[in-house]
Design a protein around this ligand. Structure first.
Ligand code: GLN
Length: 483
């Protein structure tokens, strides 16, 4: 049962092959048997989940047809869930219980989903390995000595290890797509503004988006149909109608043009990653898709631009954690100032502190124009690269990450190397575009490789359509790690 996709489980529940309570039990049994090795979760909400599953069974019996009725879903632990903890992977929020549900959680609950627990992540989503979590690192289910990627590493590992049917993650600079590619699952970052950020704890507010992490593209489309849409509670949420993503999956893709950015197929990419990505482009050609070479000339500035702007926004967003309003407060307080300082000193980890310092520096008078304003200008140039590229193609394809999953601890003490590994995902957030990772092959060491598909703003439909047609012709997404 734990191996089911959302769509399969939904059919089975409707056909009474098993009940929502039985499905939930199967998932928790699976968690019991593999979690010691993988550590995808920070905490589980067994009692609440059981109540939700019982209610789902009652609703199923009465013929209710809500779209996620009885489906066990995991959430990255920076999405607020009323009455249960939301730690953001940080000591500073260790004891924080959300007073309200994020809009996405409200939508999932209305759709009948069963929320099984909150997944591990880099502290405040800052990282690419899940190692900056204040709790423990998560392991990659395909090779336990390696990272699942990050920052939504817990969500990707939980889906890959079949510890949930599907999950939500968040993506500020690649945090859904890169772990999805490292763990061999599907991950979609929707267009900025497509999904409400209300109740998503902010890291860099002009970049952050919530999105699905699933076993198939069809499941990602299905879940997107539920979580996307305008929300008056989030002023950056876009008032754009949401298409029927499920209907869009079966459109004819023949004649569409795929843009191949020459900067994404450069010598810095691991040869095995490149080979798998190139083979999958050939598979797209077999579907009648025409490749065209494109240029994204400002790609080389993406890492610097992202890390200046995201850190600047983070330094402002994280000033709210002061020991007064939320979570942890240092025991060793003296006067008010000492209380603030000690709380932040003890409550935040090294990576978060590094970013607050970098961001405050970029925003400080004297440096504001040289770093922050310059960064904003380059962001516009990066966006324009994509506008020009999309005059020649309908979507863009390339690798998600220049390398497959690296070893735990490999880059932990070398932040610059860690940042550089984000090179292919950051531009998509800088430009606010939709991007998706789908499994496209394995290296000789049996590590998954992901293909990144990038769409025009608010055109998730095309990349979901392409991804679904690709998954009809390939079976990389049907492989499970041997745990
Ligand atoms: N790895 C990037 C960073 O460390 C992206 C993180 C994210 O998307 N949340 O900022």
């Amino acid at each position: 049962m734990h191996r089911k996709t959302i769509l399969q489980a939904r059919d089975d529940l409707k056909n009474k092959k098993y009940s929502a309570c039985e499905l939930l039990e199967a998932i928790y049994n699976r968690i019991d048997s593999v979690e010691e090795k993988v550590r995808s979760y920070i905490h589980l909400s067994k009692e609440l989940a059981l109540e939700q599953a019982k209610e789902a069974d009652a609703r199923l019996a009465s013929g209710d047809d809500a779209p996620l009725l009885g489906i066990p879903i995991a959430l990255k632990d920076l999405i607020c869930t009323k009455g249960s903890r939301t730690t953001c992977g940080s000591k500073i929020l260790d004891n924080f219980v959300s007073p309200y549900d994020a809009t996405v959680v409200k939508k999932l609950k209305e759709a009948g989903a069963v929320i099984i627990g909150k997944t591990n992540m880099d502290e405040f989503a800052m990282g690419s390995t899940t190692e900056s979590s204040a709790y423990y690192p998560t392991a990659n289910p395909w090779d336990l000595s390696r990272t699942p990627g990050g920052s939504s590493g817990g969500s990707a590992a939980a889906v890959a290890a079949n510890e949930c049917i599907a999950a939500l993650g968040s993506d500020t600079g690649g945090s859904i797509r890169q772990p999805a590619s490292f763990c061999g699952v599907t991950g979609l970052k929707p267009t900025y503004g497509r999904v409400s950020r209300f109740g998503l704890v902010a890291f860099a507010s002009s970049f952050d988006q919530i999105g699905p992490v699933t076993k198939t593209v069809a499941d990602a489309a299905y879940l997107s149909g539920i979580i996307c849409g305008n929300d008056p509670m989030d002023s950056t949420s876009a008032n754009v109608s949401v298409p029927d993503f499920m209907a869009g999956l079966e459109k004819n893709v023949k004649g569409l043009k795929v843009g191949l950015p020459k900067e994404y197929f450069s010598s810095g990419v691991d040869p095995e990653v490149l080979e798998n990505v190139q083979n999958s482009i050939k598979a797209l050609e077999k579907l009648g898709i025409e490749p065209v070479e494109i240029e994204l000339p400002h790609t080389q500035y993406a890492v610097a631009t992202y890390y200046i702007l995201a850190c600047a926004e983070a330094s402002a967003n994280l000033s709210r954690f002061d020991g007064v309003k939320y979570g942890f407060r240092s025991e060793s307080s003296g006067d008010l100032n000492k209380m603030y300082t000690n709380t932040r000193q003890e409550g935040f980890g090294d990576e978060v502190k590094r970013r607050i310092i970098l961001g405050a520096f970029a925003l400080s008078s004297g440096y504001y124009d040289a770093y922050y304003i310059k960064g904003q200008k380059v962001r516009t140039l990066i966006k324009k690269d994509f506008d020009q590229a999309f005059e020649k193609c309908d979507f863009i394809a390339g690798p998600n990450s220049p390398v497959p999953a690296f070893k735990l601890n490999e880059k932990l003490n070398d932040p610059l190397q860690m940042y550089l590994s984000d090179i292919f995902t950051l531009s998509v957030n800088l430009a606010g575009l939709p991007g998706m990772s789908i499994p496209c092959g394995f290296t000789s060491q049996n590590l998954p490789v992901g293909l990144q598909l990038i769409g025009r703003p608010f055109d998730e439909e095309t990349i979901l359509n392409i991804g679904n047609q690709f998954q009809k012709e390939t079976d990389f997404h049907k492989k499970f790690p041997n745990l």
